[in-house]
Write a protein that binds this ligand. Structure first.
Ligand SMILES: *Cc1c(COP(=O)(O)O)cnc(C)c1O
Length: 453
């Protein structure tokens, strides 16, 4: 049995992020102010974000240099390894070659610090003292607590109640890194109190937690808000994953035929895929690029493409995206990071352009893939990337039927060491798949804001 672990020297680490906006055939629709319905300008976003990040949100420069102080922190775990999954391939009996880029080596155990670190850096450079944010499974909160600590910022986090109760170790990890954490909905904000009045037992959602964190940041001049996915600057920072993977695959002389990644808000998927999409748009490669989402929260495959709020209370600007409706509350599935009602506007746009595909997977099939991966490759994946692995295995088994020797690339965007309760539920047969009814879908979509054409 061979082992292929492709490493880069620190000196080979990419020193710039890639901005897909430079290369798209048409720009995404503008973000709108919810009051005026006019495109938002920098002044509208200034209460929440530092100017450097607002500029990264809209720039069409192809490459953005990574600041030295960010590179220094990245070097704690980057470049991350690329593995070939020889043992999984053999277990499947597939002629396909499967590669995975492993982001579980970071301080948080996922890709999230790739953007938490620059976000903390730019906020600290702008004189901000405190960051607020939401977190689902706890990965983003952990990443921002770590990154804030590196640059002397206080970090205050609202965690979706369902995950707060399921995953107590994330709270301890966040506090160990120096962050403060509250379950959401909380009584600390008007947004949280309004939800609790309607439903005192609300399991929460990312949309509600965002409303709470935005409300607190908007009220205090030394406090900004940080988002762990969805926005263009977040996707931009994550492209370090794909830039490294391009160099690593070149070292072993392979190019991907299929790229699969799990999508919550879309950042790890975009981070891996966008540099390859640049190569595809330039005619240098032609991979099929496939997003994988949970069947319980299927924004790309079953949502509508419409202007919607990013949060539940309707405080954020309106973004055109694939959405299930801002008050859609998905079943409390274990892949907490994939329980978001919308999809990144940039990924939604790229999907509309036909540059990527999307599929949805139910959680039992995903955990089956996760266990199979753990037993062959020796890494227990976070519940989120088990979605990508399920699609990887599906593709590899298709290759077994057709005899095609495709190269499949995926992002193993995090480990599942703090998600073992979910594996326990799966192994004991307790894990259920809930079908999402058309009625539940249409009632959530009915509350979309009306935008005149
Ligand atoms: C946050 C998270 C996700 C979902 O977010 P994306 O922006 O879609 O990447 C997926 N996997 C892991 C491990 C996460 O922490």
């Amino acid at each position: 049995m061979t082992t292929t672990k492709v490493l880069l020297d620190e000196s080979e680490m990419p020193t710039r992020w890639y901005n897909l906006l430079a290369d798209l055939p048409s720009p995404p629709p503008p973000v709108l102010h919810p009051g005026t319905l006019q495109p938002v300008g920098p002044a509208d976003l200034a209460p929440l974000f530092p100017m450097a990040l607002i500029e990264q949100e809209v720039t069409t420069e192809r490459y953005i240099p990574i600041p030295d102080d960010v590179m220094d922190v990245y070097r704690l775990w980057r470049p991350s390894p690329l593995y070939r999954a020889h043992r999984l391939e053999r277990a499947l009996g597939t002629p396909a070659r499967i590669y995975y880029k492993y982001e579980g080596v970071s301080p948080a155990g996922s890709h999230k610090p790739n953007t938490a670190v620059p976000q903390a850096y730019y906020n600290a450079a702008a004189g901000i003292r405190r960051l607020t944010t939401e977190t689902g499974a706890g990965q983003w909160g952990t990443a921002l607590a770590f990154a804030g600590g590196q640059f002397g910022l206080d970090v205050e986090i609202w965690q979706v109640r369902a995950s707060y109760d399921q995953k107590p170790y994330r709270k301890i990890m966040i506090e160990t890194f120096g962050g403060t954490i509250h379950p959401s909905p909380s009584t600390l904000t008007a947004a949280g109190r309004a939800v609790l009045e309607q439903d005192p037992a609300s399991p929460g959602s990312l949309g509600i937690a965002i409303s709470e964190a935005v409300e607190v940041a908007a009220q205090s001049p030394d406090t900004n808000y940080a988002l762990g996915s969805v926005l263009n600057h977040v996707l931009l920072h994550q492209t370090i994953i794909g830039e490294e993977a391009l160099l690593q695959l070149a070292k072993v002389g392979d190019a991907p035929d299929v790229i699969v990644g799990c999508t919550g808000g879309g950042s790890n998927f975009a981070g891996l895929a966008f540099p390859f999409l640049r190569e595809k748009l330039a005619g240098r490669m032609s991979p099929t690029i496939r997003a994988v989402e949970p069947a319980a929260c299927p924004s790309l495959t079953r949502g509508v493409y419409a202007y919607d709020f990013g949060d539940t209370a309707g405080m954020t600007p309106l973004m055109k995206m694939h959405t299930l409706g801002h008050d859609f509350i998905p079943d409390p599935i274990h892949a907490g990071g994939l329980r978001y009602h919308g999809m990144s506007p940039l990924i939604s746009h790229v999907y509309e352009l036909g540059l990527i595909e999307a599929v949805a997977k139910s959680q039992r099939e995903c955990f089956e893939a996760g266990v199979r991966f753990a037993r062959t490759e020796g890494i227990i994946p976070a519940p989120e990337p088990t979605h990508a692995l399920a699609a990887c295995i599906e593709e590899a088994l298709r290759c077994k039927e057709t005899g095609e020797e495709k190269v499949i690339l995926t992002a193993l965007c995090g480990h599942g060491h703090l998600d073992l309760a979910a594996y326990g539920a799966y192994l004991s047969g307790e894990l259920q798949d809930h079908a999402l009814s058309d009625e539940a879908m249409s009632s959530a979509v009915a509350s979309l804001p009306r935008i005149p054409a």
